[in-house]
Design a protein around this ligand. Sequence first.
Ligand SMILES: [Zn+2]
Length: 268
Amino acid sequence: MQIGDITVDGVVDGIARAVPSEAFRWGAGDSAGRGLDDADWEPHRQFLADDGMLEMALGGFLVRTGDHVVLVDAGIGVFDRGVFKGGAMLDNLRAQGVAPEDVTDVVFTHLHFDHTGWATRDGELVFPNATYRCDAADWEHFVPHDERATRKLTPVADRMQTWDSDHTLLPGIDVRRAPGHTPGSTILVMSSGTSRAMLLGDVVHCPVELLDDEWATIGDVDPVLAKQTRTALARELESTDIPVAAAHFQGLEFGRLLAGEGRRTWSV
Ligand SMILES: [Zn+2]
């Protein structure tokens, strides 16, 4: 994906394969909503694998802007448990000509374990020359309260620069606070010349959540706020042609939300 002078490439770490009816709820992602079954998914089979499973990418995005080599989210790391399987990120970075020491910035859309896996390994920084960046609200929420995040991220604490408002983070990259999935959940807006694109983090997990306001992923820290953030985003996107990708979209592929004849569609 080329956005003016900015280059954005997906960097796959692995994949999560979930039973679709177990991954989302209708109404809200908590007990207030209802479960979704195969019939609910039938109109949305374009988002499922041939065998009916929901395949969600694990990984991040490599953004090259000016002198910066930016990794947006750091995958799940070497991991093979439950529905998650990861570990390929560094190999896939190298395949794109980037060694860990080349990365100048690691930007986390939020601090869940499937986005921070390669932040450190055995207590050592994986990207030794990088400045690590996240929203202050997520740092406060996860460190030291979440044991797994604390173990993974404490070694980067003195390299971590946090933000607490919407602003230009790096040349061509703005952060926009999008709370709900986590308190510091963030959207990145990349712009160059007249071109724009967005990285949505986990504000949505599958494009189906942009098509129907009532679909909600399971696992939002604040499901009500997450829904507000998501529906406002969908309303904004449907009136633009801005390409967007989220951290778990299949193949880390960008697409556009289109509106017409009373319903939204997703186009890649
Ligand atoms: Zn995630």
